[in-house]
Design a protein around this ligand. Structure first.
Ligand code: ADP
Ligand code: MG
Length: 406
């Protein structure tokens, strides 16, 4: 500067130096500031990346969870619907995202779900649980669910939405029911045996006394009303006696002898008893009995009763006529009898109940035919199963182990 401005006074010099120093300091601090700014920005970007990564990871966990996960916003609109839900219930997330959960699944309203949801939004500490919630799904039939709901809050503690996890226990409950069914059958067997013994004698006495009274009423010329009443009593006493007999055979307390039985002979004997009636009711009979089947060990009389029950039910399912197919065959270590009808079928919700004692859909039914048959087949270490389609028909299969092979 001295070279450029040789004539400068010393005061001007010091002022210049001061100004220069000031400018330099300003530059340095500005540089420092922008460096800090840059570092902060880098940190922010990193933080953001971490957050996104974390969010992705959480999303991945939610997506791969076996349980269903639903997230709702403040108004009950769906903001998340995970893969488990898509797969199990066949509902894509595009169909539900942004929609009110209750509108998307109207069945929920009648099933008492809104009360659960209200409780979740009330925001109590911890999760609200709803166990064994019976739900008719949109596309996959009935399901039984365990639900857990938690209120989601923002930093100020305000409820912002709800997180609901859905555990599907339909299958487990089904298994439990099968076990219960076996236990129930055993319990009812014991109970009904006692009951039947108790009722058998008195009802026999009532029936025979009513017979006597009817004769006396005739002899003494009693009024028609009295005789009609006696007849009604007699009819109902007979019905009670029949039910008692049924209970006795269901509980299998009657003694029987095991001997080798030819299943085809059993089927033919039962068919003889229904053939005429079938023809009268426009039911065509198709038989496909495999010759030379191995014998099963059992009681021919009881097995005939089983087949007769199945044939009777099949006939009763086809009041307008139809086709009845009866087949026997060897299947692995068993001999099978299959009875198929083209009747009205059994609704899915009844299929598990038809073997229950007293389950009947018929005005004059006892609901004991299949329960007794089930008991008899079980005592032969066999299985009795049903499959049916409403409006198409029904098939019952009796499978009995071949003698000496098990
Ligand atoms: P019941 O014949 O006295 O009603 P069962 O134990 O024999 O009692 O049968 C129970 C119920 O199962 C019937 O009332 C009926 O609803 C159903 N069922 C049984 N067999 C058939 C069939 N072949 N087709 C349609 N429904 C059937
Ligand atoms: Mg029946």
């Amino acid at each position: 500067m001295a070279v450029a401005r040789p004539g400068l006074a010393p005061e001007a010099w010091s002022a210049l130096v001061l100004r220069g120093a000031f400018l330099w300091l300003l530059g340095v601090s500005l540089g420092l500031l922008s460096e800090r700014e840059r570092r902060r920005r880098r940190e922010m970007v990193q933080l953001n990346r971490d957050l996104t990564e974390q969010r992705e990871r959480i999303k991945e966990v939610v997506e791969t969870m076996q349980d269903g996960v639903i997230v709702l916003d403040q108004e009950g609109k769906v903001t998340h619907w995970n893969r488990a839900l898509e797969e199990r219930y066949g509902v894509k997330r595009e169909e539900v995202l942004g929609r009110d959960l209750l509108d998307a699944f109207p069945a929920l309203r009648e099933e008492g779900f809104p009360a659960f949801l209200e409780q979740v939004y009330a925001g109590q500490a911890g999760a609200v649980t709803l166990e064994r919630f019976a739900h008719r799904t949109l596309r996959r039939g009935d399901a039984i669910l365990n639900l857990k709901g938690t209120a989601m809050r923002d930093l100020r503690g305000e409820v912002q939405g709800a997180l609901i996890t859905v555990e599907d226990i339909t299958e487990r409950v089904g298994l439990e029911k099968a076990v219960q069914q076996t236990e129930k059958m055993a319990a009812i067997g014991t109970l009904s045996a006692g009951l039947a013994h108790e009722i058998n004698n008195p009802i026999g006495i009532i029936a025979s006394r009513v017979e006597c009274m009817l004769l006396e009423a005739d002899e003494q010329g009693l009024s028609q009303t009295v005789r009609d009443d006696l007849k009604v009593i007699g009819k109902h006493a007979d019905r009670v006696a029949r039910i008692t007999q049924g209970l006795l055979s269901f509980s299998r307390q009657q003694a029987w002898r095991l001997s080798p039985v030819d299943v085809n002979t059993v089927v033919e004997a039962a068919l003889v008893l229904v053939e005429k009636q079938l023809a009268r009711e426009q039911v065509t009979l198709e038989q496909d009995l495999t010759p030379g089947l191995p014998a099963v060990l059992g009681s021919a009389n009881h097995l005939e009763q089983v087949v007769l029950n199945l044939l009777t039910n099949a006939r009763e399912a086809m009041p307008e006529g139809g086709r009845l197919q009866v087949a026997t065959r060897r299947q692995g270590r068993s001999v099978e009898v299959e009875v198929t009808d083209t009747g009205k079928g059994i609704p899915a919700e009844h299929l598990s109940k038809v073997f229950d004692p007293f389950f009947t859909t018929k005005e004059k039914g006892t609901g004991l035919g299949l329960a007794i048959s089930y008991g008899i087949v079980r005592d032969h270490r066999g299985t009795l199963t049903a499959r049916s389609r409403e409006g198409v028909g029904t098939t019952f299969v009796v499978a009995l182990p071949v003698a000496g092979e098990r």
